[in-house]
Design a protein around this ligand. Structure first.
Ligand code: R5P
Length: 297
C-alpha cells in the first residue's frame, strides 16, 4: 500500500525550461501516433534514418529458393547483422528463435505461386496474428499495371486501415510484372500511388536514370529490393547508388543469402547503408571479412 504519510511536494518543475518537442526523424512519419513511430524507429535506425532489412520471404510463392532451402541454417547466422527480418509467419514460427530482438516485417500477402499469375494475391495474415507475433510492420505486394492491380491495391488498403487501428505500419512492395518497363515512369507511378494510398514506406527496385526523382516525389521512405543475384561488387554498387540518391535502406534477399559469403556481404551492405561507405571500400570490407573467416576455418 502506498505510504501516504511520506508524500513530499514536488520542487523541480523547471518552470523556465520549455518542454522539448522533438520532431520524428523519418520522412513522412511526423504526424503518426506514438506506437507507429515507435515501430518505425525499430525498423529505421534513428541515427542514420536507414535500415538493412534481410528479406527471406521468397518461399511464400516460389518454394525453397536457392540459398534459403534451410532457413534455420542459412539465415540464423545472419540475424545479428540485420536491422530487420522480413519473412513469412511460417518461417518465423518454425525456425526463427523467438528470443530475437530484431524487429519483424511480416509478409502478409500470398495466395498465388510462380506457376500462376503473380498479381493474384490476397491478404494472407490476420491482424490478430500480426499482433500475436509482435511484428513491427506488415508487408504486401502492389502490382501496378498488372492483371490483378485492383485486387492488390485493395489488399494494401485493407492492411493499412487495420494497421492504423493498432499502430502497425505497412510496407508496400512494388511488384513489377514481366511486361512492365523498370523505369522512371513506372516506379514514380507505383511508389507515389502506394504512398498516397497510405503505405508508411515503400519497397522499390533501383533503376537508372531517374531513381532520385522517384525518391523525391515519394513522401515516405523508399527501400530497395536486391533483385536477382549480381556479383558482390555490382550489388554493392547498386546499394551505394540507391543510398546516394536518397533511398532509406535496402530490403535485400538473394544478393545476401546467395552470396559466396553471406556474413561478409551483409556487413558490407551495412557499411554502405549506415556508414556511407563507397562501394569499392565496401567490397574491400567484404573481401577482408571473407579472407579472415577462411583463415579461422
Ligand atoms: C519478393 O517478392 C520478396 O518480397 C522479396 O523479399 C524481395 O523481392 C527482396 O528480395 P530480393 O532482394 O531477393 O529481391
Amino acid at each position: 500500500m502506498a505510504d501516504k504519510d511520506d508524500l513530499k511536494e514536488g520542487k523541480n518543475f523547471h518552470t523556465h525550461v520549455p518542454q522539448t518537442n522533438k520532431p520524428f526523424f523519418l520522412k513522412g512519419a511526423g504526424s503518426l501516433d506514438w506506437g507507429m513511430q515507435n515501430r518505425l524507429s525499430q525498423i529505421f535506425n534513428p541515427i542514420t534514418g536507414r535500415t538493412v532489412m534481410l528479406a527471406f520471404d521468397h518461399g511464400y510463392f516460389q518454394g525453397p529458393t536457392t540459398g534459403i532451402e534451410r532457413i534455420d541454417i542459412s539465415i540464423a547466422p545472419l540475424i545479428p547483422y540485420a536491422d530487420v527480418l522480413m519473412c513469412t509467419r511460417g518461417a518465423l514460427r518454425t525456425v526463427i528463435p523467438s528470443d530475437t530482438k530484431k524487429p519483424i516485417v511480416l509478409r502478409c500477402s500470398g495466395g498465388q505461386s510462380i506457376l500462376k499469375e503473380l498479381s493474384n494475391e490476397t491478404i494472407a495474415v490476420d491482424i490478430e496474428d500480426t499482433l500475436r507475433l509482435n511484428a513491427s510492420a506488415m508487408a504486401a505486394q502492389v502490382y501496378i499495371g498488372a492483371e490483378y492491380e485492383h485486387k492488390s491495391i485493395s489488399n494494401i488498403v485493407k492492411l493499412i486501415d487495420t494497421g492504423l487501428r493498432y499502430g502497425i505500419p505497412t510496407l508496400a512492395v512494388t511488384g513489377v510484372g514481366a511486361e512492365m518497363d523498370r523505369d522512371l515512369r513506372y516506379f514514380s507511378l507505383a511508389t507515389r500511388m502506394c504512398a498516397e494510398i497510405g503505405a508508411h514506406y515503400i519497397k522499390s527496385y533501383y533503376f537508372e536514370p531517374g531513381f532520385e526523382k522517384v525518391v523525391a516525389a515519394c513522401p515516405v521512405p523508399i527501400v530497395i529490393a536486391g533483385g536477382k543475384k549480381l556479383s558482390e561488387i555490382d550489388a554493392l554498387e547498386m546499394a551505394y547508388k540507391a543510398i546516394d540518391q536518397g533511398a532509406a535502406g535496402v530490403d535485400m534477399g538473394r544478393n545476401i543469402f546467395q552470396s559466396d559469403h553471406p556474413i561478409a556481404m551483409i556487413q558490407a551492405v551495412n557499411a554502405v547503408v549506415h556508414k556511407n561507405e563507397g562501394f569499392k571500400q565496401a567490397f574491400q570490407l567484404y573481401e577482408e571479412i571473407r579472407a579472415r573467416s577462411a583463415t579461422i576455418n
